[in-house]
Design a protein around this ligand. Structure first.
Ligand code: DP6
Length: 336
């Protein structure tokens, strides 16, 4: 006998992730044009609770920090429409979703990644309540991907790849050298302005981008080399590829037919400052950027104090508004 409880409440938390090899461009239903690879974060996460009432007609209420957000419905309903048919119960029930991010709104931290990873982990719990059957991690990752591509890399940690084993879901990277097991990410906020162009629009611009084929080749080559660097503990090779990927991502935006620029003056200033700091100290500290103006600085725990001192100085000099110190994490968790 299957158990069909009519009112189910579940909750989960899921972290954001920062891509080393960037997913940029997609086809079909949220499938990536190239493989990507990321570091799962720890302290930057979304916590979500979901109440499903199967005795009520379809309705959707989404709250961010206890405030109703009708503007979130469209993206979540688009996701409902992409889910496989065993999730049709969502379209016949009332859902109340309450969500909270640990990081400030519009800091350029990928909130859609942690949001859809947390939603998908909640959904896997609703599913197991209804069908008395557990979903595997890769199936939860697939659900997350349908909401936001990069979200599929937030289900597991500390490192995930998407687009090599499968384009449908991400999997955890197994072979990583000790040198990378204490990685830190200092997120340097230079602007909290809302993004002017969404990632979805950016991805779409890749369809007829003059450098599309070259980018796909570059991403594949970088992916292979980065995996090798991670496996063999080659920090400077890792850093070289990390920075090339971030700068290529922004160069692709700038060289799209509908060109746009997300860097702010202080993003560029920070690139100069970090290169100078690295040249002067020889410390293994490297930058990357998401689709936004804020720098993510990646470094091992062993040089944490040096990096923090330098960043606090840059903040004092007015180049950075806010620094969020984060580190490697293990992925999404069910909360009871
Ligand atoms: C630059 O996952 O936000 O952060 O699939 O349209 O939701 P959608 O896009 P999204 O794109 C993220 C792009 C990126 C690189 C990355 O995280 O790999």
């Amino acid at each position: 006998m299957q158990n069909h409880p009519n009112k189910i409440q579940v909750s989960a938390k899921a972290p954001s992730n920062i891509a080393f090899i960037k997913y940029w461009g997609k086809y079909g239903v949220q499938l990536p044009l190239n493989p990507s690879l990321s570091m799962t974060l720890s302290d930057s996460y979304t916590k979500t609770s979901w109440t499903l009432d199967r005795d009520e007609d379809y309705a959707l209420e989404v709250y961010l920090d206890d405030e109703l957000q009708p503007s979130f419905n469209a993206k979540i309903e688009q996701w409902f429409n992409k889910l496989p048919e065993e999730f049709n119960f969502l379209k016949q029930s009332k859902s109340i979703i309450k969500t909270h991010n640990t990081f400030p709104h519009s800091t350029g931290i990928a909130s859609s990644a942690s949001a859809f990873a947390a939603l998908s982990t909640c959904l896997s719990q609703l599913y197991s309540n209804i069908y008395t059957n557990e979903l595997e991690k890769k199936e939860i990752s697939r659900l997350a991907r349908l909401g936001s591509g990069s979200a599929c890399r937030s289900i597991e940690g500390p490192f995930c790849e998407w687009g090599e084993a499968s384009n449908e879901y991400a999997t955890k990277l197994d072979e990583v050298h000790e040198n990378f097991k204490s990685l830190k990410d200092a997120i340097c906020i230079v602007s909290s302005k809302e993004k002017t162009i969404s990632s979805s629009i950016g991805h779409a611009m890749m369809n007829d981008h003059p450098f599309k084929d070259a980018r796909i080749k570059q991403a594949n080559d970088n992916y292979t080399e980065l995996k090798e660097a991670l496996r063999n503990g080659l920090f400077s090779k890792f850093g070289e590829i990390l920075e090339q990927e971030a700068l290529s991502l922004h160069a692709l935006m700038m060289s799209s037919k509908d060109s746009y620029t997300l860097f702010e003056p202080n993003s560029i200033e920070l690139i100069h400052q970090i290169r100078k700091f690295r040249n002067e100290t020889n410390l293994p500290v490297y930058f990357t950027f998401d689709a936004g103006p804020n720098m993510h600085l990646i470094y091992p725990e062993s040089i944490e104090k040096d990096v923090q001192n330098y960043l606090e100085k840059l903040k004092g000099d007015g180049f950075i508004n806010l620094i969020l110190y984060d580190h490697l994490g293990d992925g999404a968790l069910i909360c009871n």
